[in-house]
Write a protein that binds this ligand. Structure first.
Ligand SMILES: *Cc1c(COP(=O)(O)O)cnc(C)c1O
Length: 428
């Protein structure tokens, strides 16, 4: 494949944008080489500036569950744009998408829209602290909740009590209020509650982790977290930015039958435009400004184009719930196919999957938390990534990311992918 124009564009971008990118993982630093510059996307495919075509397994990191440039989504964006793109006043569509989202997701009465998943998680934590009048939070190593200060805390050892900031600029003061636990380790969580009695406002978790590859919660893990929260008058926050409107109509709460106290959304809820949201029952949401004391705001929150794109996407999912089964089946088919060809190749691997989230790890041992996720062989992953890119298959340029399956993928695409993986596996 020829990447000449992408290379030129990246070279130029680096002079004007730090690292050439507006979000670090796009830079291919983990796998080496230069990023591809995408010119257009349609359905399951990306087309880059050099005219190469790829089957897309990232799908904008999750939002494009229906496929790229989905007609009902594009049409409504175009129609709405003609009416003006931002008013700074309430619009009817905000209530429409709120009603629809609340009807799809269990256990929420009200929802507030923001412009990113980062904002959703950041605001959810403030709300939890305001509501409980406590300051500390528990997060799990390897979970990502956006780039706000409280969440950029390094994975310490399992027993580490106080977080260590892993980005300069995050103060010790902020870091000390974020307690780290190991994913799937309930004793670790219990220990933190014992050591910080009466001080923990909330546990925030990706109910299916997707930012260390895909790591499913162990049986009853989420239920046990809920029980611990009830016992300690803390709130359980599900960060469903990835899982919401993907794993089921009602997301992970529905799939695992666990009620969270606050739920965060992003990605799919915006249908490819910048949208995040957080939601809870009335007693919690009524703590928000302007009716409650916890402040939160946004100039472009509830933006008319973004709301319309989100609404069209959710409506399609709501009216055709068979889509969830369909993408799950496609992902299961891919899972089986990859498993078969990698078995034959003799390399060590583990595949994790929940619904339409899947990841391939180059290590034999089960991947159940951040430590086991980090054991994967990164050199093998790099070769795997570049091998697939050459075959016209675009997966995330990092071993710590989940692949997102879109409804636009055909079984023919999946068969092609499996045979490409077979071919690439012989070079690993
Ligand atoms: C992507 C993601 C975020 C951050 O969302 P942005 O829109 O990138 O700010 C937060 N939580 C999870 C689980 C995510 O996957």
């Amino acid at each position: 494949m020829n990447y000449q124009r992408s290379s030129q564009l990246f070279h130029e971008a680096q002079q004007f944008i730090p690292g050439g990118v507006n979000s670090p993982v796009r830079a291919f630093k983990a796998v080496g080489g230069n990023p591809i510059y995408v010119k257009q996307a349609q359905g399951a495919y990306l087309y880059d500036e050099d005219g190469n075509k790829y089957i897309d397994y990232i799908n904008s990191w999750g939002p494009m569950i229906l496929g790229h440039a989905y007609p009902s989504v594009i049409n409504v964006i175009v129609e709405k744009a003609k009416l003006g793109t931002s008013f700074g006043t309430p619009t009817e569509m905000e209530t429409e998408i709120a009603k629809l989202a609340i009807s799809m997701v269990p256990n929420i009465d009200k929802i507030r829209f923001v412009s990113s998943g980062t904002e959703a998680c950041m605001s959810a934590i403030r709300l939890a602290r305001g509501y409980t009048k406590k300051e500390k939070i528990i997060k799990f190593s390897g979970c990502y909740h956006g780039h706000s200060d409280s969440f950029l805390i390094a994975a310490g050892s399992g027993a580490s009590t106080f977080g260590v900031p892993n980005s300069p600029g995050v103060t010790q003061g902020t870091a000390k209020d974020t307690l780290l636990a190991n994913y799937n380790d309930i004793d670790n969580v219990k220990q933190l509650f014992l050591e910080n009695k009466g001080e923990i406002a909330a546990i925030i978790i990706e109910p299916v982790a997707g930012n260390m590859g895909c790591v499913p919660p162990k049986d009853n893990f989420l239920q046990e977290l809920k029980t611990i929260c009830i016992q300690n008058e803390a709130l359980l926050i599900f960060d469903e930015v990835m899982t919401g409107f993907r794993l089921a109509r009602g997301g992970a709460q529905e799939l695992y039958n666990v009620d969270a106290d606050i739920v965060c959304f992003g990605k799919v809820i915006g249908g490819g435009l910048p949208v995040g949201a957080f939601a809870a029952r009335n007693e919690i949401m009524n703590y928000l400004s302007p009716i409650g004391p916890v402040y939160q705001a946004g100039t472009l929150s509830g933006n008319p184009l973004a709301m319309a794109a989100g609404y069209a996407t959710l409506k399609q999912l709501n009216d055709n719930p068979n889509i969830f089964e369909s993408i799950n089946n496609k992902t299961a088919y891919l899972h089986k196919g990859i498993d078969r060809v990698l078995q034959k190749s003799g390399i060590d691997f583990t595949i994790n999957r929940v619904g339409s989230m899947i990841s391939v790890h180059f290590d034999k041992a089960p991947v159940v938390d951040f430590n086991t996720a980090k054991n994967g062989d990164n050199d093998t992953f790099k070769k795997f990534f570049h091998g697939l890119l050459q075959e016209g298959i675009y997966i995330a340029p990092s071993a710590y990311e989940t692949w997102f399956i879109t409804e636009a993928l055909t079984y023919q695409d999946l068969d092609y992918t499996i045979s490409a993986i077979e071919k690439v596996s012989k070079t690993l």
